[in-house]
Design a protein around this ligand. Structure first.
Ligand SMILES: *Cc1c(COP(=O)(O)O)cnc(C)c1O
Length: 394
């Protein structure tokens, strides 16, 4: 089996697994308790906070543990919006291709009286710092732009965007869920005020993440209860998950350059191979993209059919349309970069992790070629295209 859906989730690393099991078995105390095993659990949390902070060049006190990326996104945006509103600032800036944890939160705030500007995405899958600068107004409370897109893997110019926000005194949040552990992220150099992360995207466990909030910036809690996380996020801490997340992040960051170099080479081979398929196109910039991300559109095929046939060949992949499961709507990301509905439906996302071999890359190329050819052989849309009844787009 070739698992090529690492943007959806990753397999836990042996170290992350070992750490989790160890804490579950040995350190089950409540971190708020005063006796020995409670204090031990508290120490585990403190160490995890210290290690995570070190990776992103933050201070330990700036890390708030959450149940994952979605919760961190929700809290960051809602908090910044409500705090902004207290000062009469009710304008929020983001992009059209954010994760739904961001977009749906913004939509809801829009219904609650906030004004939301969603920046257009260039056809190469990038938003520019100039666009952000133009969108910022006197009453802008927050700019939120993802560090790396989860579908097409494009890397946004967050350092420049952060600089502009800093100059204009606007809070800058970035959803770095896809970036963290895969490309270097430094909250100081990148001028980040708030950052969301999720352990299961960098070989840690599901259901654990964190929010970085720069010292001096207020944060509103969304979950009432105990005084955990300085009163900003109630609930007994997921000690084992948090320790495991810290281990996974530290592990990933220690070898980040070599993993990225190795994966980029494999990604580029895969891109070259799939580009040989006629009437296909890579989605998103070829260079400014995550080391493990490959995303193509093939004309005249249905994404879902490709996923099912590839599964039969032992390949686990994803299609843009599979994200909004149950609906036939194509991916909002592919529409945002200007793909039409039909073309967007024929998308395939292959997201690699470091354990993939070059032989497996060759197998992926061969299998996708066969699958696309097979599906086209009885596709009515393809028939219309080759007969000239409808023009090719790609
Ligand atoms: C996966 C993902 C999320 C959601 O994280 P969860 O931990 O699954 O809630 C948010 N943003 C991006 C970009 C993601 O890829």
């Amino acid at each position: 089996m070739i698992y090529a859906d690492n943007a959806a989730t990753t397999k836990m690393s042996p170290l992350a697994m070992e750490t989790m099991m160890h804490v579950l078995r040995e350190s089950y105390g409540n971190p708020s308790a005063l006796y020995t095993i409670g204090r031990e659990a508290k120490k585990i949390l403190d160490n995890a906070r210290r290690d995570i902070a070190a990776v992103i060049h933050a201070a330990p006190g700036e890390i708030y543990f959450t149940s994952g990326g979605s919760e961190a996104d929700n809290q960051a945006i809602r908090s910044a919006a409500l705090l902004g509103a207290r000062k009469g600032k009710k304008h929020l800036v983001s992009t059209a291709f954010e994760h739904h944890a961001i977009l749906h939160t913004l939509e809801k705030l829009g219904r609650e009286g906030f004004e939301v500007t969603l920046l257009d995405i260039h056809e190469n899958g990038l938003v520019s710092a100039e666009q952000v600068a133009e969108a910022i107004r006197e009453d802008t409370a927050l700019v939120t732009v993802m560090a790396a897109n989860n579908e097409i893997g494009t890397l946004q110019p967050i350092r420049e965007i952060g600089r502009i926000c800093r100059e204009k005194g606007v809070v800058f949040h970035t959803d770095a869920v896809q970036a963290l552990g895969h490309i270097p992220v430094d909250v100081q150099m990148d001028n980040i005020d708030m950052l969301s992360a999720s352990a299961h995207k960098f070989h840690g466990p599901k259901g654990t993440g964190f929010l970085f909030v720069r010292e001096g910036l207020d944060l509103l809690n969304l979950i009432e209860g105990g005084a955990q996380e300085k009163g900003k996020r109630a609930g007994t801490e997921n000690t084992a998950g948090i320790a495991s997340m810290a281990a996974a992040l530290t592990e990933a960051s220690l070898k980040i350059e070599e993993t990225a170099a190795d994966l980029s080479a494999k990604r580029d081979r895969l891109i070259r191979g799939l580009s040989e398929i006629p009437h296909s196109a890579l989605n998103g910039d070829a260079e400014k993209r995550l080391p493990g991300n490959v995303n193509f559109c093939f004309e005249g095929v249905e994404g879902e059919m490709m996923i099912l046939l590839l599964d039969k060949k032992g390949i686990q992949a994803s299609s843009g349309s599979a994200c909004t499961s149950g609906s036939l709507d194509p991916s909002h990301v592919l529409l945002a970069i200007g793909r039409d509905h039909d073309t967007a439906r024929g998308s395939l996302r292959l997201t690699l992790s470091e354990d993939i071999t070059m032989e497996e890359i060759e197998y992926l190329i061969g299998s996708v070629k066969e699958t696309v050819e097979y599906l086209r052989s009885f596709s009515p849309t393809w028939k219309d295209l080759i007969s000239g009844r409808t023009p090719f787009v790609l």
